[in-house]
Design a protein around this ligand. Structure first.
Ligand SMILES: Cc1ncc(COP(=O)(O)O)c(C=O)c1O
Length: 387
């Protein structure tokens, strides 16, 4: 076996405090039992606590009973079932677009869509902090990649002007709620700038879907920017509690994606139970339009407790609250200390976040009661300040 090259790589990651492991976690959810003890999990993206919601589980079970465990083929062969079409129609209506296309995951939605929007002769302008799935998609597209300073419309304007004469199509990409900082993009300014410079705008709403906007439709809809944002991408695996990804767009673009998005074409269609669960989550959002507001009010309360104690949570304005520690090993030690107190707050290290900004990333969910948030805030303040 020619694997001598592997050990030095693993050793180097360990030396830099960057070793990663996928340890089993006993159950999903915001409040879980580990060894008979109640533990508050702040590292789940099940923001609306829907993963075990009876209606969501019922709809998944119904789809499982009706169609079986798998779609058994890719979408363009015989994998498109009536519930795939039903889900796409519901997502399009929710997001305020003519059409939507579901992919196997959020990663695949980005990997499939960006290379259709931009190719070798084109330029993509990406916020410095966009998610790895968007960056990988840009690399796959072969387009020229230009980064601009995080959430800075002036920096975007300069970049667009610098590349005014470069020919080809232009695509601006950003997230609406940033996954590791929890801050919000200045979408109206970005939409205006993109339109002025003849650039398409694609917004990744992975962390805004379900958590912001009317019935959880996201921030593009909240700002009424459907006419200026060409693609609103979302995932079904965070607030929607299951698995899968999608884009909402025009019917014309959907047609082109069906022809050419490789991550849509060359893979098996999402399994029926997962599609049923997403429909169940949409039902819950329609019936309870306030869930996102309650979540954001709880997140504000939690953030205020930390800020009052002098803890910096960057520009977070969402259910994602970062507590920056800086050093990789210290971030891991803080996470371990909190775990001993029954609080799960994963340490996020480079390359997921920029070097020197290792942090605890806390996700507030509706599984957390106000008492839970106050207990966690007290433990975090104590742990971070006693370092
Ligand atoms: C901003 C952003 N986009 C895309 C994704 C990928 O979504 P999924 O987990 O559904 O593949 C994630 C999740 O990690 C994300 O945070």
């Amino acid at each position: 076996m020619h694997d001598d090259w592997i050990h030095p790589l693993l050793e180097e990651a360990r030396r830099q405090g960057l070793e990663r492991s996928a340890l089993p976690f006993p159950e999903a959810g915001g409040v879980v039992r580990i060894d008979g003890r109640e533990v508050l999990n702040f590292s789940s993206n099940d923001y609306l606590d829907l993963a075990r919601h009876p209606h969501v589980v019922d709809r998944a079970r119904e789809a499982l009973g009706q169609y079986g465990v798998g779609a058994t083929a890719s979408r363009l062969v015989t994998g498109t079932l009536p519930i795939h079409e039903e889900l796409e129609a519901r997502l399009a209506a929710s997001k305020g677009y003519d059409a939507a296309l579901v992919f196997g995951s959020g990663y695949m939605a980005n990997a499939g869509t960006i290379p259709v929007l931009a190719g070798r002769d084109d330029t993509v302008f990406a916020d410095k902090l966009v998610h790895a799935s968007m960056i990988d998609a840009c690399r796959l597209s072969g387009a020229r990649l230009v980064r601009f300073a995080h959430n800075d419309p002036e920096a975007l304007r300069q970049r667009l002007e610098q590349h005014q004469g470069s020919g080809g199509r232009k695509l601006v990409i950003t997230e609406s709620v940033f996954s590791m900082d929890g801050d919000l993009a200045p979408l109206p300014e970005m939409a205006r700038l993109s339109a002025e410079h003849g650039a398409m705008l694609m917004v990744d709403e992975a962390h805004a879907t379900g958590t912001f906007g009317p019935h959880g439709a996201g921030l593009v809809r909240e700002h009424g920017l459907e006419g200026l944002v060409m693609v609103s991408m979302g995932t079904l695996s965070k607030a929607m509690a299951g698995y899968g990804g999608f884009v909402a767009c025009s019917s014309t673009l959907r047609k082109l994606l069906v022809q050419s998005a490789r991550a849509f074409i060359y893979t098996t269609a999402p399994p029926p139970a997962v599609v049923g669960a997403a429909l169940g989550a949409l039902d819950v959002l329609e019936a309870s339009p306030n869930l996102g507001n309650i979540l954001q009010a709880n997140a504000d309360h939690f953030r205020n407790l930390l800020n009052k104690a002098g803890i910096d949570t960057l520009q977070s304005r969402s259910q994602i609250v970062p507590v920056v520690i800086g050093d990789n090993n210290q971030a891991v030690a803080a996470s371990r200390k909190l775990r001993e107190q029954g609080i799960i707050a994963a340490a996020i290290r480079p390359p997921t976040v920029p070097p020197g900004t290792a942090r605890l990333r806390l996700s507030i969910t509706l599984a957390h009661l106000v008492d839970d948030l106050e207990r966690a805030a007290a433990a975090i303040i104590e742990t971070v300040q006693r370092r």
